[in-house]
Design a protein around this ligand. Sequence first.
Ligand SMILES: [Zn+2]
Length: 455
Amino acid sequence: MQDDTEDLAATVDALMDGLRADLERLAAIPSISFPGYPKEPVQQAHDLLVRLLREAGVEHIESIDLPDTAPVVYAEIPPPDPAAPTVLLYSHYDVQPPGDEQLWLSPPFEPTPVEGGLRARGIADDKSNVIAHLGMLRAFQGRPPVGVKIVFEGQEEYGSPFDDYPPSDPERFACDAMVIADLGNLRPGTPTLTTGLRGASELVVEVRTLDEPRHSGEFGGAAPDALLVLIKALATLHDVHGDVAVEGLRREPWTGAGYTEDEFRSLAGIQGQLPLFGSGDLGERLWSGPAITVIGLDAPSVDNAASAVVPYARAKLNLRFHPLQDPKEAQAKLVDHLRSLRPFGVPLTVTPGDTGPGYEAATGGPAYAAARAALKEAWGTDCGYVATGGSIPLVNGLAKAAPDAEVLLFGAQDGMCNLHAPNERVLFSELRNTVYAMCAFVREYADDFGKGAQR
Ligand SMILES: [Zn+2]
């Protein structure tokens, strides 16, 4: 065992220079799959991955081409023997747009050294994890001890019809476990398995009170003010502590790992010593309980404000809910709450929008046991469980296609890597340990799976 560990460490360390060079090549391609951006770089990133997989010894490679989305790289390595398990490896090769380039310390598509790592758009999310999968394949010279299915998606960040595709082609996605590598550790050096994703839902609430604006001196005081009605409605969504006050949204104690309050303050960029919203454990507020955010508001702007009673106002709300709450039910709770309100006696018009389910992994199976052991071996410390507020819609599609497969979420990103923000970066220590963990995982999982089969 000791020898195994030392051999694996030496193997992975020897691969790192090559993996870094490939990560830099990949991160230099602006593969942004958003409308209005050129499609050539997306195809270029796709083609580079196909080449890298082929060079890593993968023979069966194809593209899944669906309408209105970038090609999905799909590849298979058959199991080395019929008793070996099959593991599906997922990550995505498209990236978020860079946003305001003035805020970047170096050009977003010129990978630039930073302390212990590299800075570029998409270098953590999710190109680091594409490279981590590749590193595992190289470590086993293309012949890992498990069967492998590779799914590298090209339009994850914008949203893709591919999310709904896997259940229509279940044979292709059949596996015993999947490693969804589109996230990473709570903080650098803390190995983390993400076991829950909150569900998400949006809606618009509108108020119309007058035909047109009316002079506030002549009409204010009696004419119903749409903006005040809306503000009063929005004020009912939280209690005085900032906890969600809508009945029927599930909230449960959080039992996994989590951020310290100081870490959270710094990650959120909270001004001064302002209090946080809500009460109780942070994990409960962020992951196993609901959140309602007002994400947009239509009302006269301050610069254009006339002295008039406002006739019309609307707001868009974003709801995040417990991973296991039914999405329609969660959305209905918020819709019903708003529809039942009559601020100043005025009814509101509520229009439900998109809603997507959360996800909670079953953590009691052999793949989880192997992953816990692998992460501990890679980082030298026990791994923690966290959830995330962000959603990965494809996870539900894959879980439907392979309902008995264990779903593992881990990877080379970390909580401080600025994903979707300026100056995204990845750390070599996290990348190296993720490659190691992927290798140790397939080794442990193949060993345990064989033993389970013999019993
Ligand atoms: Zn991502």
